[in-house]
Design a protein around this ligand. Structure first.
Ligand code: GTP
Ligand code: MG
Length: 457
């Protein structure tokens, strides 16, 4: 429980007519009361909850600082669960600082990052997963991410974890019962093994789409790689519709990784131009090439650009082969410079890839078609993310740790079973799960075991 009353500016800095300040805590009403002058003449501390009032924030000497609206909400029916006053004021950075300083003089303290949401978790208004969903929601880079974040905010992931929690609690119950009735030859080990297996399958299902979920969360990353002078930067510029990257006939023009993004079909696409791949002694270029490989690895989609105005050397072919062998399911082979095609065989095939495309960044032939191919591929990638929530790294780490603990338990359930040891590991696994939702369940776990499984003692 937060003993301080906190204040912060909740809307982003920048241009816009209105800004929102939030004050939350047990003293919110009495603090704002000292600096509020309502046009109705009423005292802020005496007004009904969940009402809006016109007025001014005033200085200690009654001087009007800004004309505002006060939104008065008494807890627990508020986001944080505490008494909350929100002030909509005019959006000017100096004015906002002035108003916050005034509210601080009246007894509030500046809020820490995320403190309102944290207070909401501490007051059990939302669980940790929902708090994380708020963050996801704010930063969603695609319509899908937004949808998943909203689902998660409504508790989709919390519900999934509650199912897992229940499964573990049932296994604990079976374990305790087996232990208790050891002498009476009651054996639940078969059931326990089955349930551990079923739980492991559920975890695998939850984890399955993690990679695609990152794509949904951050938008799609499309890396352009290929030999020097293949026309990667030209293609990059053609795809983003701007002359962003430098294009020259000098091999090795691009050395740094260049990114440009835009929203396309409800998804944020980031194109990444990279340094051309070749053997070089230039240490700057070497570093650039190293980064190109890195980008190919990190990308959701690779556009492998092949220069068809000349024939590749054997060494270059090897590089293309290596990339395609490594990433056949995320690479589109783009034959560029088809306006200057040296001979048909310059349209090399290197092995399996997602699609092949022929373009000319000079005449723009094929660019629109390539764009459509990329779009269809992105749609397919996104369609694979069929689960209604977004796992973050924290979730993934804890789920993996939970999974490993269950694997240990599964091993312990083979042969002669030491039920006490198994029970210990099960509770350990449960604590990992509750770390995910941010709630402590040891007490609750015991309640559940007692209610569902204790054989009438
Ligand atoms: N004829 C023709 N020339 C092209 C085409 N695309 C690019 N070029 C030319 O090829 C040269 C290299 O183009 P860039 O886009 O700089 O190639 P790059 O792959 O980024 O090269 P590096 O950054 O050096 O690795 C330039 O002279 C471009 O004008 C094309 O479709 N047709
Ligand atoms: Mg370039």
């Amino acid at each position: 429980m937060n003993i301080d009353t906190i204040v912060a500016h909740c809307t982003p800095s920048g241009s816009g007519a209105i800004a929102l300040l939030r004050i939350s805590g047990s003293q919110a009403f009495s603090i704002v009361n000292q600096c509020a002058h309502l046009s109705s003449g009423k005292l802020l501390s005496s007004i009904d909850t969940h009402t809006i009032h016109h007025g001014w924030v005033v200085d200690h000497d009654g001087k009007k600082l800004d004309e505002v609206l006060f939104l008065a909400m008494r807890g627990p029916r508020t986001f944080t669960g505490e008494d909350t006053v929100e002030i909509t004021c005019h959006n000017n950075q100096f004015l906002i600082e002035l108003l916050i300083a005034r509210i601080i003089t009246c007894g509030a303290r500046p809020a820490q990052p995320g403190e309102f949401t944290r207070t909401a978790v501490e007051n059990n208004k939302i669980d940790l997963l929902q708090a994380e969903a708020i963050n996801e929601l704010i930063h969603a880079q695609s319509q899908q991410a937004l949808k998943h974040a909203l689902n998660q905010l409504e508790g989709s992931l919390s519900q999934q974890l509650a199912v897992l929690e229940k499964k573990v609690l049932q296994i604990i119950g079976l374990c305790e019962a087996s232990f208790e009735f050891l002498e009476e030859d009651v054996d639940f080990s078969g059931q326990m093994r089955e349930r551990v297996q079923a739980t492991l399958e559920t975890i695998a299902h939850l984890k399955k789409n993690f990679d695609q979920q990152q794509l949904v969360r951050q938008g799609v990353r499309i890396a352009l790689v290929g030999t020097v002078n293949a026309g990667k930067s030209s293609l990059f510029n053609a795809l983003i519709g701007k002359k962003r990257a430098i294009v020259t006939s000098i091999a090795g023009t691009t050395r740094d990784v260049i990114e440009a993004g835009s929203y396309q079909n409800g998804m944020y696409w980031t194109f990444i131009d990279t340094a051309g791949l070749r053997n070089t002694d230039d240490i700057i270029e070497k570093e650039g090439i190293e980064r190109s490989y890195q980008e190919a690895q990190n990308a959701d989609l690779v556009l492998l650009v092949n220069d068809t105005s000349r024939l590749l050397t054997d060494a270059e072919k090897l590089v293309y082969d290596t990339i395609l062998t490594a990433y056949p399911t995320k690479t589109i082979l783009v034959h560029n410079k088809i306006d200057a095609l040296v001979q048909e065989s310059a349209k090399n095939t290197f092995g399996d890839c997602l699609a092949t495309s022929s373009v000319s960044t000079k005449t723009l032939e094929g660019i629109e078609l390539l764009h459509q191919t990329i779009s269809a591929t992105v749609d397919e990638l996104v369609a694979k993310t069929d689960c209604p929530f977004l796992l973050n790294k924290r979730h993934m780490t804890l789920l993996t740790s939970f999974e490993n603990k269950l694997i240990t338990i599964s091993d312990l359930l083979q042969g002669t079973i030491e039920y006490e040891l198994v029970a210990y590991h099960l509770k350990d696994a449960l604590s990992v799960l509750t770390e995910l939702t941010g709630k402590s369940v040891s007490e609750k776990a015991m309640d559940m075991i007692f209610r569902d499984f204790c054989v009438g003692k």
